[in-house]
Ligand binder design. Structure first.
Ligand code: HSE
Length: 309
């Protein structure tokens, strides 16, 4: 096998209470990439469609993540990468993570799988470092493992796959503005109060327990964020109204997707997720904000091969 075409899923990071530690992969939104082995040394981005992103290896998240793998393995030769973006940069649904993970996952396949998913996370995190200044793993982990993931620890890296209840659907609305993750991280406080910490880790535990036991009410009750959402929501047009309308329409919970501006809701069942989507859309229609909307099941597999070339 000399080349593969892969599907790289979009992801929701943080999931309200789990800043930098929780994430989930989506089924119906994602990029495609073609990765090809070459005799030429290094990583070469040969094509990008759908977004205006740098082709230079050192400035492209796929290039940087790919180089991290190549340097580790000491491989002779290199790879060419074509990127077909569906996920907009700065949308809050893991655009950079899709590209970084797609590159290293496909390279690993073409090399005969020398690395585990956990090892690939480390390489993909270098792409996140380029994109946001911080090598966080809450988008790359679910893209690589599929489903929900918890980053229990960064040092050493410890990633726990979490099961997803069958009827859980995500609705994601993306107001058509760009929020750079680096900017939305800079506005966060670096210290939290003990009172906020207590609420937050109670909710993380509740969400994990709800996902393990398919307790939809518990999942909904746990989708609270007392630390990041109050600050970041100011950057998102109509956030409070979108959230309250989503909850009124039956969502289990609603919050900021990753670093925003996308807003996600979880619902039990596709029909409710679609109704919630209509309620969220109505808010943006009324206040004149352009948007894109997606309803998706959880992607339990993560990145996958769509074609062997
Ligand atoms: N946890 C990261 C953040 C995710 O919220 O900054 C970025 O998509």
């Amino acid at each position: 096998m000399e080349a593969v075409k892969v599907f790289c899923p979009a992801t929701i990071a943080n999931i309200s209470c789990g800043f930098d530690v929780l994430g989930v992969a989506l089924d119906s939104i994602g990029d495609e990439m073609v990765v090809r082995k070459t005799s030429k040394e290094g990583i070469h981005i040969t094509k990008i469609e759908g977004q205006d992103l740098p082709m230079e290896t050192a400035k492209n998240v796929a290039g940087v993540a790919g180089m991290a793998l190549l340097e580790d393995i000491g491989h002779q030769g290199g790879f060419e990468i074509e990127i077909y973006k569906q996920i907009k940069a700065g949308s809050g649904i893991g655009s950079s993570a899709a590209s970084s993970t797609g590159a290293v996952w496909a390279m690993n396949e073409l090399l005969g799988k020398p690395y585990s998913s956990l090892e690939l996370v480390k390489f993909a995190m270098e792409g996140e470092r380029l994109a946001s200044g911080v090598a966080h793993a809450d988008n790359v982990a679910p893209a690589l493992f599929g489903g929900f993931t918890l980053v229990r620890s960064y040092a050493p890296l410890d990633i726990i796959p979490i099961p997803s209840p069958n009827e859980l659907y995500a609705t994601v609305i993306h107001p058509q503005i760009e929020v750079r993750t680096a900017d939305s991280r800079k506005i966060l406080k670096t210290k939290i109060t003990l009172a906020d910490g207590i609420k937050q880790w109670g909710n993380v535990g509740g969400l994990i327990a709800g996902l393990f036991t398919a307790d939809y009410d518990l999942i909904g009750r746990s989708l609270e964020d007392h630390i990041v959402e109050p600050i970041r929501s100011i950057l998102i047009p109509g956030f409070n109204e979108v959230k309250s309308e989503a909850l009124l329409a039956g969502a289990l919970g609603c919050g900021i997707s990753g670093s925003g501006p996308s807003i996600f809701s979880f619902s039990k069942g596709k029909q409710t997720a679609e109704q919630v989507g209509q309620a969220m859309e109505n808010v943006y229609r009324n206040i004149g904000v352009d948007y894109e909307i997606h309803v998706s099941q959880v992607n339990s597999k993560g990145i996958k091969i769509v074609d062997r070339i």
